[in-house]
Design a binder for this molecule. Structure first.
Ligand SMILES: [Zn+2]
Length: 197
């Protein structure tokens, strides 16, 4: 990340950090059930796998005991992309579905996770997201739309492969929005002959 001119150099901390923090959880858009010909944004299986991780973290679950911390809510989660936005179900004037939502969104919903997609430049919605007053849903957005906002859990769905400057920027933007647990969905590795260094 230091290669990026917009990132300031870190200064050495005066005292050791208390801990490294939790390890990111890494998922891959590859294997049985995944539509590898499509981008991760259109993969239902990736949506289901993300849902599984969120359920393991007890997101949206019941509070365990009055003495333990409150369970995480769906609104504590951002699902971030870098290229383009995820899209919701499209309907015509009679309410007939003309286009299904992005596969990632469908997978999450099929697994019982409520998701709202942040509408670009919808300032009312953005304000609700910023003040945590919107619906208790996971919010899906392009990382550039939520600069300055943070969530305990950030899921970053990485679209592209290795050595892409824009994906580096995407990772930087998405990961820096996370205060506790990062879930990183990576694309399949390209075949060896396509890796350039
Ligand atoms: Zn997938």
């Amino acid at each position: 990340m230091k290669k990026d001119p917009i990132v300031y150099q870190y200064t050495e901390p005066k005292s050791p950090l208390p801990a490294e923090g939790v390890q990111p959880r890494v998922l891959f858009h590859t294997g049985e059930g995944h539509d590898e010909d499509e981008c991760v944004y259109d993969c239902i299986q990736c949506g289901k796998n993300i849902a599984g991780e969120l359920q393991q973290l007890n997101v949206g679950g019941a509070d365990r005991a009055s003495t333990s911390p409150r369970a995480l809510q769906y609104r504590d989660v951002f699902l971030l992309t870098y290229y383009g936005n995820l899209h919701d179900t499209q309907t015509d004037d009679s309410g007939n579905v003309t286009e299904e939502a992005s596969g990632l969104i469908r997978g999450l919903r099929e697994a019982g996770i409520p998701v709202t997609i942040l509408v670009e430049e919808d300032h009312t919605m953005l304000k609700e997201v910023a003040t945590m007053e919107g619906p208790n849903d996971v919010f899906a957005a392009q990382s550039t739309e939520v600069q300055g906002l943070e969530r305990k859990i950030v899921v970053f769905a990485q679209a592209d492969g290795l050595n892409s400057e824009n994906e580096d920027r995407g990772r930087l933007q998405a990961m820096s929005r996370c205060t506790a647990q990062l879930i990183w969905v990576k694309p399949p590795l390209p075949p060896p002959d396509k890796i350039s260094h």
